[in-house]
Design a protein. Structure first.
Length: 200
C-alpha cells in the first residue's frame, strides 16, 4: 500500500473533498492534512503550482485535483476499468472544473459586484452545467450501475451549491433546476460511509 498524504483546506467541500471521500469509503489509510484559509499563503509556497489539493504518494508531491481523483479512484475501486466508461467519468469531472473556475473568479469580489457576478453565473453557466450534468445520470449513478469517483465529485459540487455558504447562490437552485441531481445528492449522502464521515 502506498503512503498517502492529502493537503487541502479544512472544509467539507472543494477540490480535495472527493478524494477524501473515496479514501474513507475504501478505508484507505492516508494523512489528512488540513489548514485554514488564513494559512493558505504559507501552504501554497510548499506546492508545485501554488495551489491545492496536493497528494503526496510515497513522498512525491502531485498536483491537479482530477489527476488525484483518478489515482485515488483506482486505488479505491471507484474508477472505471472500461475505457469508454472512464472517458465519460473524466468528461464530467473536467466539466465541473470548468464551471468551478468560473465560480472561483468571483472570490474576492464584494457588494454589488459580487451580487451581479453570482447572479450572472446562476442565470448562465451554473444552470447550464446543472442541466447538462443531470442529463448524464443513469438510473442511480453516472457511469454503469455502481458508485464511481465522478459521483463523489458531483456530490461535492451540488453540496456546495446547496450549502448556503456562498452569497447569492440560492440553496434551492439544484432542486429547482436539476431535480434528478438533487435526488443523486441525497442518494450519495445516504451511503453509510458518507453519512458517517459528515456526522463525525
Amino acid at each position: 500500500m502506498h503512503e498517502l498524504k492529502l493537503t487541502y483546506f479544512d472544509v467539507h467541500g472543494g477540490r480535495g473533498e472527493a478524494a477524501r471521500l473515496a479514501m474513507r469509503i475504501a478505508d484507505i489509510p492516508f494523512e489528512d492534512v488540513r489548514f485554514t484559509f488564513a494559512e493558505f499563503g504559507e501552504v501554497r509556497k510548499t506546492t508545485p503550482l501554488g495551489q491545492v489539493p496536493t497528494l503526496f504518494v510515497d513522498g512525491r508531491q502531485v498536483t491537479q485535483c482530477n489527476a488525484i481523483n483518478r489515482f485515488v479512484g483506482k486505488l479505491a475501486g471507484l474508477y472505471p476499468q472500461d475505457p469508454v466508461q472512464a472517458l465519460l467519468c473524466d468528461e464530467v469531472m473536467d466539466a465541473l472544473e470548468d464551471v468551478g473556475n468560473k465560480f472561483v473568479a468571483t472570490f474576492g469580489m464584494q457588494g454589488e459586484a459580487l451580487k451581479a457576478a453570482r447572479e450572472a453565473l446562476v442565470a448562465g453557466p451554473i444552470t447550464q452545467y446543472l442541466k447538462w450534468t443531470e442529463a448524464l445520470i443513469g438510473d442511480r449513478y453516472f457511469v454503469g450501475d455502481s458508485l464511481t469517483i465522478v459521483d463523489l465529485k458531483v456530490f461535492v459540487w451540488t453540496n456546495g451549491l446547496n450549502s448556503g455558504f456562498f452569497d447569492h447562490i440560492p440553496t434551492s437552485l439544484v432542486e429547482d433546476v436539476a431535480p434528478k441531481l438533487a435526488a443523486h445528492n441525497r442518494l450519495i449522502a445516504s451511503l453509510p460511509a458518507i453519512s458517517a464521515y459528515y456526522a463525525g
